[in-house]
Ligand binder design. Structure first.
Ligand SMILES: CNc1ncnc2c1ncn2[C@@H]1O[C@H](/C=C/CNC(=O)c2cc(-c3ccc(F)cc3)cc(O)c2O)[C@@H](O)[C@H]1O
Ligand SMILES: [Mg+2]
Length: 215
């Protein structure tokens, strides 16, 4: 049977990227997605904005919702200080298998914990299973209609503290109207919009960064 796009993306990484070199993995994936097959990675333009938010924050405890092939996982993990931890949730077994191999290729396994499960099942278990009280940074890039319910779930589980930064991909395309309305109107968040473009495209898209204001 025909291979899947994530499988072809992994082949590109193994063929063109250097083991242990995250930048070469990022470049290989971006080149493939721009020249051969579009894929829903955050990409290089929005990825640079993600990089700047992570570098400025220097987070110790990071949560990513929606691993897919691990492109943004690698982008974030490569910038984390020693001892920092990134937990990434992915409930599709095929995608998780690809992502594990991409993460292993760059040698970032010691910083990254991929949990093959649905966000709604694991957000309530973060404290008892990982001993994580609160997160410093959360990157949302999973099903768009799950951004808001999962944010409320994280609030309810006490995983967001004063100063926690949440960064959401695709706030324009495909769009997350209910989430945007909530974070922009809620008094407990300061939020700002980074205008950009949809990955590997000229269509408008953007990232919404919000800092939890009132713990
Ligand atoms: C609900 N709880 C969940 N828990 C764990 N993993 C979850 C998950 N929901 C989804 N996932 C996983 O996240 C990933 C889903 C991402 C959804 N993303 C998009 O739909 C998306 C879509 C576009 C897109 C934009 C324009 C267009 F024409 C076509 C597509 C661009 C993006 O950047 C996107 O992120 C998958 O790997 C899925 O298995
Ligand atoms: Mg996205």
């Amino acid at each position: 049977t025909r291979s899947t796009r994530p499988q072809r993306l992994l082949k590109v990484v193994q063929k063109h990227a250097t083991r242990g070199d995250p930048q070469s993995v990022i470049s290989a994936i971006d080149h493939f997605c721009r020249r051969s097959e579009w894929a829903m990675n955050i990409g290089d333009e929005k990825g640079s904005i993600l990089d700047s938010v992570v570098s400025e924050l220097n987070p110790e405890k990071v949560l990513e919702l929606g691993t897919y092939c691990g492109y943004s996982t690698v982008r974030i993990a490569r910038l984390l200080p020693p001892g920092a931890r990134l937990i990434t949730l992915e409930f599709n077994a095929d995608y998780a298998a690809i992502a594990r191999q991409v993460i292993a290729w760059v040698g970032l396994e010691d910083k990254v914990q991929l949990v093959e499960s649905a966000s709604e099942d694991w957000i309530p278990r973060m404290t008892e299973h990982f001993g994580i009280e609160t997160f410093d940074f959360v990157f949302l890039d999973h099903w768009k209609d799950r951004y808001l319910p999962d944010t409320k779930l994280m609030e309810g589980c006490g995983l967001l503290r004063k100063g926690t930064v949440l960064l959401a991909d695709n706030v324009i395309c495909p769009g997350v109207p209910d989430y945007l309305e909530y974070v922009r109107n809620s008094l407990s968040y300061k939020s700002c919009y980074f205008k950009s473009h949809l990955e590997y495209s000229k269509a408008e898209d953007g990232l919404e960064k919000k800092s939890v204001f009132l713990g």
